[in-house]
Design a protein around this ligand. Structure first.
Ligand code: GLN
Length: 254
């Protein structure tokens, strides 16, 4: 009796496995659903609106490009470092996360055409007396793991003599500055500017650092079809005015 039950279970499991594989086979051959990883909170590029919907320039561009090119996708908000790691390990097919196109990253990833120009800025608390990088001596600076801001902070650490705290999200980084634990944070300036216009009690001080433009990334040599579709869709959106419409929805440019 017991043996029969076990055999039955084994058979049922085998059947489930066969059915699952068959289902996967048909779905992937007809229309692949790409997994696109992104950051959690990087407004105005990706963030949750008050209805709990993930929106922003990256999210809207991806949606419009997918519609234009006719591909399906699911978004996974993993944080910046998490998104890049998931792409590197092949758990996702692409990353759109305000990801700067750098020579270092080009060794591991293929990037789309650039779609937004950016760079790094320093933000301090609104009432802070710090006005420049050379006043960070002996202070603490907050950065986000795996970002260009974190790289810039590390490169200049001995020059300015600060300590570093690394956070997973921009929100946690801003909290650390607001609490006074960190005297400043380094972050992409369009994102800092947007946070300030939305009421974060911060201000940008010191020189802005010219940075690299944002691109959509896939694993090097992989998902080239997806990359081509992204570029073709982006081109269409720029031509038909949809790109400007999306950007202007979030950032008022004059
Ligand atoms: N543009 C920065 C980078 O690529 C930050 C991206 C982000 O925090 N989402 O490192």
């Amino acid at each position: 009796m017991k043996k029969g039950l076990r055999l039955g279970l084994v058979f049922a499991l085998a059947l489930v496995t066969v059915v699952t594989f068959a289902a996967c086979g048909t779905s992937s051959s007809s229309s692949k659903e790409y997994i696109i990883a992104t950051d959690t909170t990087f407004a105005p590029f990706e963030f949750e609106n008050k209805d709990g919907k993930r929106v922003g320039i990256d999210m809207d561009l991806l949606k419009a490009i997918a519609k234009d090119q006719g591909f399906k996708y699911t978004v996974k908000a993993l944080g910046f470092d998490g998104a890049v790691q998931s792409l590197e390990s092949g758990q996702s097919d692409g990353v759109i996360a305000g990801m700067s196109i750098t020579d270092e990253r080009k060794k591991k990833f293929d990037f789309s055409d650039p779609y937004f120009d950016s760079g790094i800025g320093m933000a301090v608390k609104k009432d802070s007396t710090i006005t420049d990088y050379d006043q960070l001596q002996g202070k603490n600076v907050a950065v986000k793991a795996g970002t260009e801001g974190a790289r810039f902070a590390k490169e200049n650490q001995s020059k300015y003599g600060y300590t570093l705290s690394t956070f997973k999200s921009s929100a946690n980084m801003y909290e650390d500055v607001k609490s006074g634990h960190s005297a400043a944070c380094f972050e992409d300036y369009p994102v800092l500017g947007y946070a300030i216009t939305k009421g974060q009690p911060l201000k940008i001080v010191g020189d802005l650092q010219a940075g690299n433009s944002y691109g959509f990334a896939v694993q090097k040599g992989k998902n080239q079809k997806l990359l081509k579709m992204f570029n073709a869709g982006l081109k269409h959106l720029k031509k038909n005015g949809q790109y400007d419409k999306i950007v202007n929805k979030y950032i008022k440019t004059k």
